[in-house]
Design a protein around this ligand. Sequence first.
Ligand code: SAH
Length: 360
Amino acid sequence: MANGPDLAELERRALESALAERGHARFHAGQIFRWVYRRGVTDFGGMTDLSRELRADLAAHFRVSTPALVHRERSVDGTEKFLLRLGDGRTIESVFIPDTPSNTFCISTQVGCAMACAFCLTGKMGLVRNLTAGEIVGQVRVLADALQMREAPFNIVLMGMGEPLHNYDETMKALRILTDEQGFAMPARRITLSTVGLLPALERLAKEPVMPNLAISLHAPTDAQRGELVPINRKYGVADIVAAAKRFPLKKRSRITFEYVMLAGVNDSPEDARRLAKLLAGVKSKVNLIPLNAAAGIPFERPSDAVVDAFARVLAEHGVTVSVRKSRGRDIRAACGQLIVEGQKKSAAQQLALAAFGRG
Ligand code: SAH
């Protein structure tokens, strides 16, 4: 395959320009998008509605990179975990969650994560690197093929490895490619971005033309509690996040989801529930309780179902819409916070770069 520009990294407008530079008509970009995203054809020779000359020129000057599917594992509950290898040999995981009630692809935005939330295994890895837009969308392409779902509707949640707003530009570019009407044509309302609440990025997101659903990982109603669980809270506290959520532009009837990992004896008391309800009063929101997926190396325990139910009841009594996330794929370590890929030591250069940014 040629070494030229990687079409997987190009929005349609950029592809149009790249084509024009080689003397081709811009409208071929739409045709190529339909082949790559709707039909899963990345071999230019197979793009049969393009002229032979154009196909040959594309093959000589462009490529379409695709993450390699290395391993696939299926849970007793139907959840499937996919291990994908990227161009530089790094690996990431993506998860398919059937019938929730829709089919959902859980996609990663970084290799590892810099946020270091106390209960999350991915956080223990640290950040290895950001994914490119093509690698983010590439997960959707690989899963759609592997599951034979090119034609089927599905939801996307950016809840795999990484903090999407910490990789802002590539994540937004990926959303523009995914929603492109000539490509997957994903409706933005079928995409949910989950964030720990990086405030400046959240303010930027509020002005984006492609607006996914928003989920904020809150996990505690006070700064004292949240600061222990989510280190970035020391920079962007609970009150600021809730204020930003209040300002966030929402379509009619849509709400912001607040995720709340439940940790036994830490944030699961009825008093915590009352505080949470008070905090969210007046915010168009719903709360999604996530009983901890416990793992070796995570110093917390999952509360009993009775404790989770009692917490949910207090919220409901205070007028908060609440749901409890069913844990899926725990037997294959595909559940929330369990995505980790071993053996990805950071290179010396990466360690230096990270140290320069004060994490690492
Ligand atoms: N970085 C983003 C998205 C990734 S995680 C974020 O923080 O929102 C998606 C959700 O899984 C987050 O709410 C995260 O806090 C939660 N999670 C992480 N570890 C978990 C664990 N061990 N058990 C249950 N949920 C967990």
